[in-house]
Design a protein around this ligand. Sequence first.
Ligand SMILES: Cc1cc2nc3c(=O)[nH]c(=O)nc-3n(C[C@H](O)[C@H](O)[C@H](O)COP(=O)(O)O)c2cc1C
Length: 166
Amino acid sequence: MDDILKRRSIRRFVDRDVSAEAVTKILKAAMAAPSAGNQQPWQFIVVRDPASRKKVSECSAYAHSAAEAPVAIVVCGDLSREKHQGYWMQDCAAAVENMLIEVTSQGLGAVWLGVFPRQDRVDYLRKYFNLPENIVPFAVIPVGYPAQELPPADRYDENRVHYERW
Ligand SMILES: Cc1cc2nc3c(=O)[nH]c(=O)nc-3n(C[C@H](O)[C@H](O)[C@H](O)COP(=O)(O)O)c2cc1C
């Protein structure tokens, strides 16, 4: 629970690299996510090259942090792996949340940059990475050591909870 509440969107990073081992653990967390029928319809592009991260950051007006973090992970849906149609985005969202929690537990910071379903962002990244037709960019996750500290989020609101009936 601690890491879940501690997880906040980190958009500024110090000048310190993130190890390959740390990235592998983040991807391991992603791939441990639940998915419909265990279809695991995800693929990941790990981007370290600064010029490439700059390009990725230009996928939307709200993605500048991809240029600033030492690594940006592009989470993609792989439609060719869909056994249960229409669930791939929920599966990828579960993978992203797992990534963010693992990032937090490692003392790193990250932010979920939305791509899908904004068609202009999807098209931009599809073109930049020359993605095959079955691969849909879903989100970009910049990861680095935080240059900002945010308090844990406690958004529990009992008015949103309904017992037995509405
Ligand atoms: C689907 C989704 C898309 C998001 N897209 C962006 C984005 O494009 N740029 C950004 O800076 N933050 C983005 N965020 C982060 C949210 O702004 C953030 O999670 C929210 O304000 C709550 O703050 P917290 O993450 O610090 O708890 C996105 C979050 C989600 C779940």
